[in-house]
Design a protein around this ligand. Structure first.
Ligand SMILES: Cc1ncc(COP(=O)(O)O)c(C=O)c1O
Ligand SMILES: [Zn+2]
Length: 395
């Protein structure tokens, strides 16, 4: 065993505060059904931010702040370490000092889901699990299939028929067991719950496993490092279950605790959703602490078509504590956003991040961004995931 030097100490329930040791495999919290969150002994850190900067490679350069103890359990394909791409034309159009894109499309399966998959499958390996399961709109299932294939762990993926051909084909290409179910993510989630209970599957679903959002946290750690430990002023995130948003929020809080930030003002975290499914945006507009489930979700951005996101209190905490907002855009506007990125910056985006760029453009048009603002858009997935939808938008 080679130690990773991880500072992880235990899991703690975000909702009720119950604590569990790292061998605990019953997710979510058996006491209250809440989200289990890895906790760390930050006082014991003996690496400097300069030393972390000098490390190259994957998201595992932040191994002290990830919950894996033995390097043999790390399942990695070089995920993370994605570039910040400057977009001066977009900055000029939006009348702000800088627009940049964090290009998560450059991950192994072309989405930011690889970070969560790397961490959650490494977690499964640490917990000696031989079989995992995940419900997904498509991208997370594809990522989990890739990482389980690499780890030699069996994987069951529950998708609905609307997932695209790339996602369905690659799940099976990796040798995972694909279950296609009727209905949208909520129904797929219900079908998943039944299958999981019937087979006793270990879940790597959104905010079930405590390992997955830790992987997404590395996106935030990288952003702060790439912005010279300061951070941009505004971050626009295409929000479904909120794993990445909460990951960035947690990264900020950890770096603040470590004293690694040049400026302790957090970037404003803005939730971008589709006007066809905007439960979190609606909650922000009403200044609520929790969302109401969205009745009839309808968006072609399937990753953000999440009508009942269980982690909304945590997402709303991130938005309110950072002075962020919520913006809903139509599918057409999201497609225009994706095309604006492709045409003005060369960066290929699928529909969901297109919504994030469209939300930023909308706020700029409404005069809600300052001329000295540095704006970061999270490109959660590459354009090749959405060529069907994009082709309709090209005139
Ligand atoms: C491309 C893309 N963007 C954004 C999201 C939303 O992710 P999160 O759960 O972090 O809100 C997803 C989730 O499926 C996705 O596939
Ligand atoms: Zn609990």
């Amino acid at each position: 065993m080679t130690q990773t030097e991880s500072l992880v100490s235990h899991f703690e329930c975000y909702d009720c505060g119950a604590t569990y040791n790292l061998e605990h495999t019953e997710f979510p919290c058996p006491e209250c059904g809440g989200i289990l969150d890895p906790k760390y002994d930050y006082d014991d850190i003996d690496v400097s931010r300069e030393e972390v900067e000098s490390r190259s490679g994957s998201m595992w350069k932040y191994r002290e702040l990830l919950p894996i103890l033995d390097t043999d359990d790390i399942v990695s394909m070089g995920e993370g370490n994605t570039p910040i791409v400057d977009c001066p034309e977009l900055a000029e159009e939006m009348g702000v000092a800088r627009v940049a894109i964090k290009d998560e499309g450059q991950n192994p399966t072309n989405t930011f889901k690889d970070r969560g998959a790397s961490a959650s499958i490494s977690g499964a390996s640490q917990q000696n699990i031989a079989e995992v399961a995940i419900p997904s709109a498509g991208n997370a299932g594809q990522a989990a299939s890739a990482y389980t294939a690499r780890a030699g762990i069996d994987c069951h993926v529950v998708l609905n028929y609307q997932s695209n051909d790339i996602q369905k084909t690659m799940v099976e290409a990796h040798g995972a067991d694909l279950h296609l179910v009727d209905g949208k993510l909520d129904k797929a989630g219900g079908a998943f719950g039944e299958l999981r209970d019937e087979h006793g599957w270990y879940t790597v679903a959104t905010f079930q496993t405590p390992f997955r959002h830790e992987g997404k946290k590395t996106m935030g750690l990288e952003i702060f490092e790439q912005f010279d430990w300061d951070g941009p002023d505004e971050i626009f995130y295409p929000t479904g279950g909120g794993v990445g948003l909460i990951g960035i929020w947690k990264a900020y809080q950890e770096l603040a605790k470590l004293g690694w930030l040049e400026d302790e003002t957090p970037p404003s975290l803005h939730v971008a959703q589709s006007s066809g499914c905007a439960p979190v945006v609606e909650a922000i507009e009403d200044h609520r602490e929790e969302h109401d489930a969205w009745e009839c979700p309808e968006s072609i951005g399937r990753g953000i078509e999440v009508p009942d996101p269980g982690a909304s209190p945590w997402m709303l905490e991130a938005v309110y504590e950072t002075g962020g907002t919520g913006v809903a855009v139509s599918d057409d506007e999201a497609l225009e956003g994706a095309l604006a990125s492709a045409r003005h910056a060369g960066v290929e985006m699928c529909v969901e991040p297109g919504a994030a760029l469209a939300a930023a453009m909308q706020m700029a048009e409404e005069g809600k961004l300052d001329e000295d603002d540095e704006v970061l858009i999270i490109n959660t997935g590459a354009g090749n995931k959405a060529t069907g939808a994009l082709s309709y938008a090209i005139e």
